[in-house]
Design a protein around this ligand. Structure first.
Ligand code: BTN
Length: 246
């Protein structure tokens, strides 16, 4: 199991930036940087992550030296968020590939996973988790349509500290299984909301989005989609967005 070392902070620029900097100075596996709010929260693909007080913002340092498939860490992280949220609050989330955590059609949490390699080996991964807990989703932004928080789902405030522990407990268990080489596919599939659904995929290359059906996740975590041109595997780095149409 991972042994956690907490770096608890108040308002920061980004826990991700701090965790990466600590990692570059030798922070050990299991270092978790947690903040009450962030002024420059980083999202996937260069987006920003709105981080007012009341949310859970944390970045985990991992050193997956002996992992055969470190590319699966982002997916495992999303499963940990789903499990941790369910355990602490009863709210059932599902994963929109690759690692958004959704409640119905609205995004509850996001995962940003950044790896560093040396001589072809992944030596360090920093997993950033942003979970909307008690902060209202800003009414003035278009996020109102696409994002939700636990408070909005439950109609009451939640304990952010309890959520932190339940997400990290779930993470530790799953990461342990991953380290032992377990097949994580069944547990992911249990929580994926994407499979069998029509989706709209936009590749980073600037292509127009295309509509297809998500049919499988392969053993490297790639999403197999079925479109007009047959089957194609979409990898995390290539995806700009993926949205369920129904
Ligand atoms: C996404 O775009 O869906 C991923 C968002 C990840 C946000 C979290 S909040 C904690 C950590 N610190 C950051 O600056 N970003 C991640």
């Amino acid at each position: 199991m991972v042994s956690w070392t907490y770096v608890e902070l108040e308002d920061v620029g980004s826990t991700q930036a701090i965790a990466k900097s600590l990692a570059s100075m030798g922070a050990t596996e299991g270092t978790v940087v947690v903040a009450k709010s962030q002024s420059f929260g980083e999202g996937r693909l260069g987006r920003t992550w709105l981080s007012p007080p009341g949310g859970l913002y944390m970045s985990i340092v991992l050193r997956p030296n002996s992992l055969s498939k470190p590319e699966l860490i982002p997916l495992v992280s999303a499963v940990a968020v789903v499990k941790g949220v369910e355990q602490a609050t009863g709210v059932l989330g599902r994963i929109r590939w690759p690692n958004d955590v959704m409640v119905k059609t609205k995004k509850l949490a996001g995962v940003l996973s950044e790896a560093q390699s040396y001589k072809g080996e992944v030596t360090q991964v920093v997993v950033g988790i942003g979970l909307n807990c008690n902060a209202p989703i800003a009414a003035s932004t278009d996020l109102k349509e696409s994002a939700t928080s636990l408070m909005e789902e439950l109609g009451k405030q939640v304990q952010v500290a309890e959520l932190k522990h339940s997400v990290l407990d779930a993470f530790s268990e799953l990461y342990d299984e991953l380290q032992k080489g377990a097949n994580m596919m069944p547990v992911w599939k249990q929580h994926f909301g994407t499979l069998g659904k029509p989706v709209s995929v936009k590749l980073k290359t600037g292509e127009n989005p295309f509509t297809c059906k998500a049919i499988e996740v392969d053993s490297d975590g790639g999403l197999v989609v079925e479109g007009e041109k047959g089957n194609q595997v979409v990898h995390t780095g290539d995806l700009e967005w993926l949205k369920e149409l129904s």
